[in-house]
Design a protein around this ligand. Sequence first.
Ligand SMILES: [Zn+2]
Length: 313
Amino acid sequence: MRFGAFGVATWVLAAVSTTGVCGAQARSNGISGQAVLKLTQEYVDAAPKRYVGSEGHMAAEKFIKDHFKPEAAKGNFVVDEFVARSTPAGPFTMRNLIVKFPSAGPAKKDGVIVLASHYETNFPLKDINFVGANDGACTSALLIALGQYYREHPPTGYSVWLVFTDGEEAIANWSASDSLYGTRHLAAKWSGDGTLPKIKAFILADMIGWKQMKIDRENNSTPWLEDLLTKAAKDTGHSNYISSQGQAIEDDHLPFKQRGVPVLDVIDYEYGTPSNPEAYHHTVQDTMDKLSAQSLQVSADLFLDLVKLVNTH
Ligand SMILES: [Zn+2]
């Protein structure tokens, strides 16, 4: 992600309780934040460096695929492979990974809710020890956990598709042509094959595992979806994790927004210290110790509730 053209981050001290309403313990009717944290650790261990074209990137793909064997057996795990031909470092083969959970009724609705996260790490950081614990890893783990949930509790309204996006990060310097490779490709493809009008909401997770998480209002997101995020936070008792302040962020939701899809970026773009709010972003300090099961619990609760709310919107 990148801050929008006029973006100047305003540091909001995250006034979060360590003993949140829901706690980090396993939940009988939802997703355990502790389990998401464990999955994140396993993902980072399996594929610490996941920049495009690397062995670690392939290990990341395998890790994700291995968690969706039942869906693959049903033909509901789709690899969307394409070549990004003109990156600053030459052509790269990239792959978006899509997992489909069709609605099982009885209130089956014609339409799809997409939940997305990028799974690769930043190519320009390939020579430093950058693992992207908060930036890409924890939200990939969150999507895997959401998939495990929907395997056991199939969607009853709209279908739910998970999209692990590739090539979100710039290969050299962020620009309209050097960023968002995977989602630019997928939005164009789905526009061409008639899928796009079926997408009722494209909901993106980015950098929402930090222990001092405060989710921002993101001004490129569709207002009614931002309002649903506020409602989801209220419903789940997590309003203290949501900020009323925000700015526009360039992220994987943009290619879908530009084609008229309702979009929501659930993001905490501040990730650092009071004196340097982005100190950990795209640095070797984006490590597992920055995350907490409680923040991942909040994120999981919000995503599950958002899907319910979109269904009744
Ligand atoms: Zn990043």
